[in-house]
Design a protein around this ligand. Structure first.
Ligand code: GLP
Length: 229
């Protein structure tokens, strides 16, 4: 694991943008994350003229939310990633949370990622240690699937949903994410401290899904002081 500690979140975002842009190119396959943390990274990449890639994948999507809904991760990918980074509309594949067969949708996403392996995956971190929507209890070998969100995640992400985010989501699994050649994990702010410390301790624990990333051969962990001190 390559750990870099920055004075503030903005510096960590710039470092993530620099690391990601090194992989930019017409054949690149990216994995993009949602949440507040990577917004600074996308803004920095946009300032640098965007990125190039052949295809990209989102980590997750809420079940029951239309892709046109501003609260969906599909909307986030269009407005925070594709347009600012100058990527053609539809570059980022996002699971369809309204699919009539959600298990088939998850399996189709998994197959697509298997056939088009991700070169570099950008990741944020839930304060309970979740990665994507792999909540506590997620094993290392999990694949893309339908999951129930932890109550604290529903509350953390509830601002747009009158307090409580949807009950379920489709998420790439920990096993799916671990297949990416490079992982860039950005964690900033004191709320992420406990999860970051679990990762740094290096002991794998399903109750802290982020700990499964410790053994990845190319994990770049970018944190600010608040997340480690
Ligand atoms: C969501 C996403 C995660 C993200 C996490 C942290 O639950 N599914 O991919 O890492 O939130 O979000 P934030 O960066 O806003 O703290």
């Amino acid at each position: 694991m390559d750990l870099r500690v920055f004075d503030n979140a903005q510096q960590a975002s710039i470092a993530a943008a620099l690391a990601l842009s090194q992989h930019s190119g017409k054949n690149a396959i990216f994995g993009f994350a949602t949440g507040n943390t990577p917004r600074g990274t996308y803004a920095e990449l946009a300032d640098r003229g965007g990125v190039q890639c052949k295809q990209a994948f989102a980590l997750d999507e809420y079940v029951g939310i239309d892709g046109d809904d501003p609260r969906s991760f599909a909307h986030y990918m269009r407005t925070v990633v594709e347009a600012p980074l100058d990527l053609p509309h539809g570059t980022v594949r996002v699971p369809n949370g309204l699919a009539s067969d959600l298990n088939a949708e998850a399996a189709s996403m998994e197959l697509a990622i298997l056939q088009t392996p991700v070169d570099v995956q950008l990741l944020g971190l839930g304060r309970n240690g979740h990665i994507g929507f792999n909540e506590p209890g997620s094993r290392k070998d999990t694949l893309t699937r339908v999951v129930k969100l932890a109550q604290e995640t529903r509350l953390d992400n509830g601002a747009d949903f009158e307090g409580l985010a949807p009950e379920r989501a489709i998420t790439q699994g920990i096993g799916t994410i671990l297949r990416a050649a490079h992982l860039i994990l950005v964690a900033t702010g004191a709320a992420k401290k406990e999860a970051v410390h679990k990762l740094l301790e290096g002991e794998e624990d399903d109750q802290w899904p982020v700990t499964h990333l410790a053994q990845h051969p190319n994990l770049l962990l970018l944190v600010d002081r608040a997340a480690v001190d």
